[in-house]
Every structure is written in C-alpha cells, then in structure tokens.
Design a protein around this ligand. Structure first.
Ligand SMILES: Cc1ncc(COP(=O)(O)O)c(C=O)c1O
Length: 377
C-alpha cells in the first residue's frame, strides 16, 4: 500500500472554511526569556501577578468530584453574584472566560444569513486582538473603526459605521491595548444614535482597575437599555485567568438566546468554586486591585516625568506608542528578562506586574526615550 504522505498523487484532505485561511492565529503573550542573574517578569498578557487568595485555593481543592459534569448554569455563582451586581441571577450567563462568553454572544447575534449577507460587527481598532478572530469565525464581517490619536474610541465614526447590516457593536472599556476608558455621557449619546436592534456589547474585562469617576458602567446601561450587554471576567482583577470563567449580564430577551448558544458545561466546577470564593472575598480582591492601581499610577507618573506621552491608563497595563520602534523595544526588553507585548509598527503594551518588574521596565523606558530623543536631535 502506498504511503499517503509520500505518494505523488495530490492528497485532497479536509478543507477548512475559507475564512480560516484569512485569520491570524491568536498570539498569546510570550513568557520572558531566561537571563542569568535576572528575575524574569511576564508583563505580556495583562495577568494579575498575585497568586489566588488562600480561600480561593481551598475552594479549588474542594472541587474534587471532577468525574461528574459541572452545573452548566453555574447556579451557585450566579446566585452569589446577583445581589452584589444588583441584577436578577437569570440575567447572568457564564462562559469559558469572557472570551467564551463573547463567542456565545456572537454565535447568537452575528453570522451569515440565509441570503448570504453577512452581519457586520463594528468595533474599535486597535483593540483586543481576539475580536477579529471570533467575529469572523462566527461568519460575520468585521468593521474596524480606527481609534483617535490618543488611543480612544472614535464613537462618532463608530456610529457612522453602523449600517442596516450591523447586528453587534463592541465597546472595549478600558481599551486593550491603549488604556483609556469610556465615559458615561459619550456612551449614552452613542447608544441614542444607534438603532435599537443593534446589540451593544460593553467589554469590561478591566473594569475593576478604573479610577475615572466619569467612567461608564455597563451594568448601569443594561438597566436602561434593552440592547446593551455587559461582558465581565474573573481573569484580571480576580486573578483566575487560567480557570477560564467570565459572564455576560443582559436583559431576558437577550439572555434567552445566549443560553441556546452557550457551550454546554463550558465552565468547570473548579472554576465556578474559585470564582465563588473570590466573590465572597470581594474586599480582599478590592485591596489587591488598589495595590495594582497604585503601581500603575507610579509607572504612569514615572513615564510622564521621563517625557513619555501615553494614553490615559485605566486598566492594568500601559501603552507606549512607539510606532516603528516597537520591535526594537521588545527586543531590548527581552534582553532584560522582561516579556512585553509588541504590536509591530504600532506600539508596546506593558502589563503592570510585580514591583521589581515594573521598576526594571521604567529603567528600560527611560533609556529608550533618551535614545529616541538623541536620534531625533
Ligand atoms: C478587552 C478584553 N476582553 C476580553 C478578554 C478575555 O479575557 P478572558 O477570556 O480571560 O476573560 C481580554 C483578555 O485579555 C481582554 O483584554
């Protein structure tokens, strides 16, 4: 029998949907390289650098019945969250991370219709790099609206980009990777200018790190608007990125559809228990977030003193708009055992991590800016 791998006959294997050939693979933040004598720091994935709270670890350890399927509705967690968020537990739908929850939203609301026309999903760009992947995998068309020069959503241009084919708009606040959060007033105006049959997803993955008192709150909007949905996660402030648990809060008409589209058993009991214990320790979580925000403020102040002009940082990361110097900065960071997230030709996103990593990043940023200024002089 001829070996199909070596046969000269053309092998026609399974062919993926054409969209698969057009999509980039998700580029996860790299781990730091090992440099002798230097503690490595991973500042490339906007993770929480702190280990889980002790009670959360006990919660994980207690979830031993892994031979059984989990409660697909995550009832215990939703009942714990509901009074805290002041929403009915029925309005919460969990997912495998907020990305899993977003995929459920897109599966229900964005795709290719029977007449072949694709729904359009409008979102800011640059923003979370998974958006184009999940939108196009759903069969919908990405409509990317460039950010303003200070890294903010251009909400007027986004409203103009909405057509009769638009089914979903994604707002990302604070915007990953640039950092600014959206303000209540501008989002209210945006909602008023968009047809009510467009679902507006407010991605609030970094909500807990926001200090701007004018910042929008997706759950407040969902109370007032039938077409607004809040997307939240346990990956960032709660530090449970590895366990994959997030959720949406939406009105019953939307929620009913999300439950149909939801992947059954997407959230393990281990993840649910960890999230539950973390919610019960909201005060400790808040204290830890406060510490990370203080570090962010220290980093932003030092960068500003050095002479950097960066967008307002409201998440657990900062953005250096380095343009064509981004790759060189990433390489210099690597030599110092710092993993950062490089967007070639655009900039570098650096997560707020342990104090030592942040300080080493600041040293590097100071030197890089001095070099850039010397070249320009
Ligand atoms: C803006 C934004 N949304 C959603 C996510 C997805 O996070 P997760 O799926 O871990 O909840 C991320 C992750 O980095 C993000 O930056």
């Amino acid at each position: 029998m001829s070996d199909p791998h070596t046969s000269s006959l053309p092998v026609i294997g399974p062919q993926p949907r054409p969209v698969l050939n057009q999509l980039p693979a998700y580029a996860a933040g790299k781990p730091p390289v090992t440099v002798p004598g230097l503690t490595p720091y991973k500042l490339s994935s906007n993770e929480n650098p702190l280990p889980p709270l002790p009670g959360v670890l006990e919660g994980i350890a207690s979830a031993t019945a892994v031979n059984r399927y989990p409660d697909t509705l995550c009832t215990d967690l939703r009942n714990e969250l509901a009074p805290l968020l002041n929403v009915p537990a029925d309005d919460i739908v969990t997912g495998a991370g907020s990305l899993g929850a977003l995929m459920q939203v897109l599966a229900a609301y964005a795709g290719t219709n029977d007449d072949g026309v694709q729904d359009e999903v409008v979102y800011p760009w640059r923003s979370f790099e998974a958006y184009p992947i999940v939108v196009e995998l759903a069969g919908a068309k990405s409509v990317q609206v460039p950010l303003t020069t200070d890294g903010r959503h251009d909400l007027v241009a986004m409203a103009d980009a909405v057509t009769q084919n638009t089914s979903v708009v994604i707002l990302c606040t604070p915007n990953n990777p640039t950092g600014p959060s959206l303000r209540r007033q501008e989002v209210e105006e945006f909602i008023a200018s968009v047809p009510k049959d467009v679902l507006i997803v407010v991605d609030e993955a970094y909500l807990e790190f926001i200090t701007d008192p004018e910042a929008v709150d997706g759950i407040e909007l969902y109370r007032e608007h039938l077409n607004v949905l809040s997307l939240r996660t346990f990956s960032k402030a709660h530090g449970l990125a590895n366990l994959r648990i997030g959720y949406t809060v939406a009105r019953p008409e939307v929620t009913k559809r999300l439950r149909v589209a939801a992947t059954p058993f997407a959230v393990s009991t281990v993840a649910e228990r960890a999230a539950l214990e973390s919610v019960r320790r909201e005060e400790e979580v808040r204290l830890r977030v406060k510490g990370l925000v203080a570090e962010r403020e220290r980093v932003v102040e030092a960068l500003t003193r050095q002479g950097w002009e960066i967008p307002e940082a409201q998440g657990n990361f900062v953005w250096l708009p380095l343009g064509d110097k981004a790759v060189a900065f990433g390489a210099a960071a690597e030599k110092r055992a710092l993993a950062v997230r490089v967007f070639p030709g655009e900039g570098v996103r650096v997560s707020i991590g342990e104090e030592g990593g942040n300080t080493r990043f600041l040293e590097l940023a100071g030197e890089a800016l001095a070099k850039l200024n010397a070249v320009e002089a």
